[in-house]
Design a protein around this ligand. Structure first.
Ligand code: HEC
Length: 154
């Protein structure tokens, strides 16, 4: 009896030691994994404008710069090239071509530049509203129409 009791106690202690050593190994391993994860972290983190960034990111300083850049970057010609050229350079879907000065002169005489700009903003027949430049303001569309029609040169 006594012998059996001692044996089972020894066995229990053995299990306990085994348990502790397993737990120790697991903990040591997870600590090591944490260290590795920390070492693998990038030195800086990329933070895009409009995104919520990690604390310490450069969102506050980069956002205004990007906003300024997009305002300053507006050019009637650039916008025309990006949004309008595919139709107005080719005459696609019956779009009056930019080169067709006679058309634009006659059209301006017919309804006036203001009405032409309004048509460009609202869309007319196969001409999509704002020529698909959803971010263009009315004023910017007006500038692009002047570029397209050559009105500013007249
Ligand atoms: C998907 C092709 C397409 C795109 C893109 C497009 N247009 Fe047009 N646009 C047309 C067509 C077609 C017409 C002729 C509509 C009509 O009079 O029936 C037109 C007509 C116009 C007119 C003449 C309106 C009038 O009353 O005579 C202006 C100005 C104009 N577009 C400006 C623009 C500008 C500015 C852009 C770019 C921001 C643009 N368009 C992009 C197809 C396009």
């Amino acid at each position: 009896m006594l012998n059996l009791g001692l044996k089972s106690r020894v066995a229990k202690i053995g299990l306990l030691v085994l348990g502790i050593s397993i737990a120790g190994t697991v903990m040591a391993q997870s600590a090591r994994e944490q260290q590795i994860a920390q070492r693998l972290q990038p030195v800086g983190s990329v933070c895009l404008a409009g995104e919520a960034c990690a604390a310490g990111g450069s969102a506050a300083s980069s956002t205004p710069a990007v906003a300024q850049a997009s305002t300053a970057a507006f050019s009637a010609q650039g916008t025309y090239d990006q949004y309008c050229a595919m139709c107005h350079n080719t005459g696609m879907a019956g779009a009056p071509r930019r080169e067709d000065a006679a058309h634009w002169t006659a059209r301006i005489e017919e309804i006036g530049l203001g009405a032409i700009v309004t048509n460009a903003i609202n869309g007319i027949n196969a001409m999509p509203p704002r020529g698909m430049c959803a971010t263009c303001t009315d004023e910017q569309i007006s500038e692009v129409v002047e570029y397209l029609s050559g009105a500013s040169a007249q």
